[in-house]
Ligand binder design. Sequence first.
Ligand SMILES: [Ca+2]
Ligand SMILES: [Ca+2]
Length: 443
Amino acid sequence: MTDRFANGDATNDAGSHPALPGAYHGGDFAGLLGKLDYLRDLGVGLVWISPVFANIAEPQHGAGGKGPPHWGFHGYWPHDFDHVNEHFGTWQSLRALVDGAHERGLGLFIDIVVNHVGYGAPLSQRADWTRSPARGDCGQDDVDKCIYGLPDLRTEQPAVATALVRAYSELATRSGCDGFRVDAVKHVGLPFLAQLRQAVVALHPGFRFLGEVWGTRATNSYGDPWLKPGQMDWLFDFEFADQAVNFVTGVSDARALDEYLSARAGRAGRYVHYLDTHDVPAFLTRVGGDKAAMKLGAALELTVPGIPLVYYGDEVGRTTTDWPEHRSDMPWGAAQDTELLAYYRKLIAARRELRGPLTRLHADGAHYGFRRGAGVVLINAGDGEWKVPVPGPAVDVLTDKRVTGSFRLAGRTAAVLLPAPPMRANAPVPPVQPALLPGQRVR
Ligand SMILES: [Ca+2]
Ligand SMILES: [Ca+2]
């Protein structure tokens, strides 16, 4: 959420009202650029930012016009497809952000809106471009209805499709970004999505698409049409957060969690899972502000197969609720829970050692354990200690504790065990046991 992450340029703050939850708060591309080191140090590989095109300027009022004012700070109310949102910066500062990400080994995805324009945008006046509630020509199906009363782009019309494909190809080229997160994919026809992908990938081989098809989950075939060749590379697993909440709060047991993880095993690599996003309340809020439960959820999220998404602020203990709090400002400085941040960093670093499918080792009550690659992950959602046998010497990389034989995992904690590191060449040589000296026989 570019507007809410960091303000790096005060010259684009006109019209910002940080005290109003529905207004622009001043965050921008320059602010993000200045925090890329923070993101790199957190360990993420890819950054997903808000839609970048200019949004409608007029605030909207929900609740029949009586609600608080709400501007397009989130970027989902595009006004035209040629200009960058002036609150976020310029084409140049967007390019500088992407280049800055690449210099640090990070990828960058831009959210794109292809389904609709903002309320009252000029294109909403053109019946050949849009369906609109004001004209009464919205449809009933997923593709031709006007979601949230937004003017719906006629992406099935060749002229509209061609113009949008051209605008987003231009965005890919001018920004230098690595991929698009495509908004409201369910509400756009598959032929348009294929046309968009084909055009952008022809210009930029390796360009990737993450599609938001509301309600997809890695446990069933609902999302499969959007995962066919020529469509999206990845979709979201809308089920994961609920499964994680249920397990860490004791609503469901390890067996239920294991059934879920087994059911998603075949598709997990094509799905992005998260604890929360800009559309739902924070995980930490859902578990009653219990930091131990948050850590268990993070441990689960960041160790299982699939592509984990960390929504900004999760890693420092930001609590949010429903709109508009779930898009609140990123906490910085003293407002950050640095202990939780350190925990996230360790988990993300450990994740690089956890590859391939998950093999269940324990699924009993509140205890869940599995092997993945070289690592063993143990999650104790119960209150009591869990004594677990451990094969071979290992290190719990979350606490740096060395473990052999058996491991006592405290209640409400998780562990990621990796093989104890081999001795380095320049490390001091430990004393050799006399019985093992050459020429000596073991008695
Ligand atoms: Ca600013
Ligand atoms: Ca549509």
